[in-house]
Design a protein around this ligand. Structure first.
Ligand code: PEP
Length: 254
């Protein structure tokens, strides 16, 4: 079966509304020229730019994504954003368990699994991020770490429907460092994750769950990464901030 490839840009805490406007003014006319018949393109702006980004991208092929979401629909959760509020804005995908949430803000697997459940139940598609630190890789613990993160992150989901879950393998040592995992390193972990998903949900569903790679993806390395059989797309941080660079990444032949 022909592969569908996902290209998700994570703006992190960049591009407020005025920068978002100039970004989309450059990005949208060009993205409409790219053959997206087998590609999904999404952008995760910061929360404050989401409503504005919705207005600008309405009617375009760009899917709106969020960078996090609360596990609850509403209530006394100061500083959090409800998945239902995101849905109301037109958000479709939510990044959860990003390494910056885990390592800077102390989010644990315990918290992330609740967020995954809340987002899933709201009808949005979680993009669950997993990935080892350099130290964990050096100690030979990569598979142990990512399998714990995956199993725990999904443990509150009673069932998973096709098209309702995405996994992103993002080795912490590759995020924002300019040192990407080699295609072989990425494929090794992706195929491990695929097998793990198959043991949880069966082979057929596991095959249909996109596994994205993230960590210093650029226009220069995308072609080699996307060729790997278990790399179903990419989560792009730094390079997605520049519309021309992100367009080059999205335009890769698949
Ligand atoms: C990310 O933040 O998800 C990411 C992969 O960042 P970068 O592409 O900058 O390494």
């Amino acid at each position: 079966m022909a592969k569908i490839a996902y290209f998700i840009g994570n703006w992190k805490m960049n591009h407020g509304i005025s920068e978002a406007r100039s970004y989309f003014e450059r990005f949208l006319p060009e993205i409409s020229k790219v053959d997206l018949s087998r590609k999904v393109v999404g952008i995760a702006p910061p929360f404050t730019s989401l409503a504005f980004a919705r207005k600008l991208t309405e009617g375009s092929p760009v899917k709106l994504c969020a960078q996090n979401a609360c596990f609850a629909e509403k209530g006394a959760y100061t500083g959090e954003v409800s998945p239902l509020m995101l849905k109301e804005l037109g958000v479709e995908y939510v990044i959860l368990g990003h390494s910056e949430r885990r390592h800077i803000f102390g989010e644990t697997n315990e918290l992330i699994k609740k967020r995954v459940k809340g987002v899933y139940q709201a009808g949005l598609t979680p993009i669950l991020c997993v990935g080892e630190t350099l130290e964990e890789r050096r100690l030979g613990n990569t598979f142990l770490v990512v399998s714990e993160q995956l199993k725990q992150g999904l443990s509150e989901l009673e069932k998973v429907e096709e098209g309702r879950l995405i996994i992103a393998y993002e080795p912490v040592w590759a995020i924002g460092t300019g040192v990407n995992a080699t295609p072989e390193q990425a494929e090794e972990v992706h195929s491990f994750l695929r097998d793990l998903l198959a043991s949880m949900y069966g082979k057929e569903l596991a095959q249909a769950i996109p596994i994205l790679y993230g960590g210093s993806v650029t226009p220069e390395n995308i072609a080699d990464l996307i060729k790997e059989p278990n790399v179903d797309g990419v989560l792009v941080g730094g390079a997605s901030l520049d519309p021309e660079k992100f367009l080059k990444i999205v335009s890769v032949a698949i």
